[in-house]
Design a protein around this ligand. Sequence first.
Ligand code: SF4
Length: 703
Amino acid sequence: GHGDSHSQRQVDSVCPYCGVGCQLTYHMNNDALAYVEGRNGPANQGRLCVKGRFGFDYVSHPARLTKPLLRKPGVAKGLDPSFDPAKPLSHFREASWEEALDVAASGLRNLKAAHGPEALAGFGSAKCSNEEAWLFQKLVRTGFGSNNVDHCTRLCHASSVAALMECLGSGAVTASFMQALEADVVILTGCNPAVNHPVAATFFKQAAKRGTEIIILDPRGQALDAYASLSVRFTPGGDVSLFNALLHVIIAEELYDNAYIQAHTEGFEALKNSVAHSTPEAMSVLCGVAPETLREVARRYANAEKAMIFWGMGISQHTHGTDNARCLISLALACGHTGRPGTGLHPLRGQNNVQGASDAGLIPMVLPDYQPVGDRQLRAAFEELWNTPLSAEPGLTVVEVMDAIHAGSVRGMYILGENPAMSDPDLTHARAALGKLEHLVVQDLFVTETAQFADVILPASAWPEKDGTVTNTNRQVQLGRAALPLPGDAKPDWWIIQEIAKRFELGWNYAHPQEVFVEMQQSMASFNHISWARLVREGSVTYPCPAEDLPGQDVVFSDAFPRKGGLAKFSPTRPLPPDEPVDDAYPTVLTTGRQLEHWHTGSMTRRSHVLNALEPDAVASLSPGELNRLGVVPGEKLTITTRRGTITLTARMDSKIPDGMVFVPFAYAEAAANLLTNPALDPYGKIPEFKYAACRLAPLVSS
Ligand code: SF4
């Protein structure tokens, strides 16, 4: 109250971690965040996982950036081996905003003047709001003058989106994960929801208890196996052969939905021909699943009245990631399992705003709402909205930018809230590229590994410090509200992007994210009938939404698909081996991913007290048999070597991991998993093969 030294407030917002998009309330004690509680949002119904509940104190970590920083002259770029976030930075000096912004922008402008627009690139962030994503891609397109703008969707679901765009004409999910409660059968493949989408996992558990049959297809076991009626392990990289066998059975046994296929699809004959020889017997050899099991899975899925397929990065992060997703789409189309309650296709999105950042146009080949940059008419609408000519050439993707730096064509970058010095495959190559940049501007909360390569570091805002919208995996647009004041001289990300834009003479003058949202609505049909005022009132609205006073559509494509003639398309595939199969020299499969407690490159969760206490050390998880073979006891150190590098980790026993495989989380800078990963790309989605590299394990011999 007034005159009271203690003030307690509550601020409603959304969790900043995963794509589930749990709604939460920040409980404030004066200007400090005291604790967090779940709210009754559509995707969480009051629940939160350990990250959402306890992972908030990174915002006040002592290493938080509070002043703009400039690299001291003569200091070489690169990871500083003596880097200690607790000590003053020896390689940088503090600067005023005016000076830092001038240096940041003039460095980029000079490179553009000398070498043309293609010399610049930008990585935006799926951790920022929709409004910030919009501003960032607008800056790159209208200020830098190219489409060289991408973000971490390239590393997670780019292949899923490529297949969904090709086959259905839309890259988002066809139904929310809450629809699992309506389904008779749910297939979970290449995902581990109890770890990576924990609150979505609670809906799957609930569904199983109500009688939904859960079928899990994965090389690894997982916690949800306990809720599954069938849990099938397959050979790593054997996914396409497995799915083609399922399609073969569905066609051979005539389990498909002919009426649906005739009314809503094209290309079924081509699919039929392509899987004619993919018998369970033939495919069993490639995917390691017994023919009878393949028949059983196909029958259960096809014979269900309502069935859904959920997938994660075990599907997408392969050189055949797009083919994997094409197969899953074919399964749903062949059986008529889309467009009704309890049916659908759902790639579980990773970052809290990876759906929204993609929708807002942080993608090099498309403008906002997936409008191809090469389409003259669609481009003209944006040229009019922004009053600037735009490039018709698709830009470079995340991994392609690193190659272009090595080739000398990209020379300057602006990186907002991404950490490619940890997240890119083959880090030695990626870090060498960052070190080669003539000018690098990094905007973040901390001196990340990437920021150690920067010329200018701009102190940004954390999610609980800003207003903005985000879009979760279910297509739910949700409002986040500022609860905390900004620390020191840190600024909101939208403000910083605008200051850079002003120095490119773009004449921006937004006073609040709400004004950006209004501009987005002028060109993004997905935001129709979702006004800011409505979001303030309702907190969450699903797109597409038919009217201001009606709810959005949880299930889409009941009548037609957004393709020519309204028809979805079957896209045939054929099994290909992993890019780097295991051999005598590198006999073990390395697969990478996340842990429940740590998020991506760890820049937030490793600075959260509770989360870091739960999982403090870099671990490698192996089967008891594999540990035995190596002669390593859990807790001892081992080394993992691929053709690209070696790291040392602590061994952990995990009986859910098959023999012949090691699982390594990629959050740990001191043992960076991506020093080992293979940068080979899926040809369509341009996503690297994070889920499969050939490696060799050895006990660490102490000297
Ligand atoms: Fe946050 Fe995802 Fe956990 Fe929900 S499930 S609390 S959105 S990390």
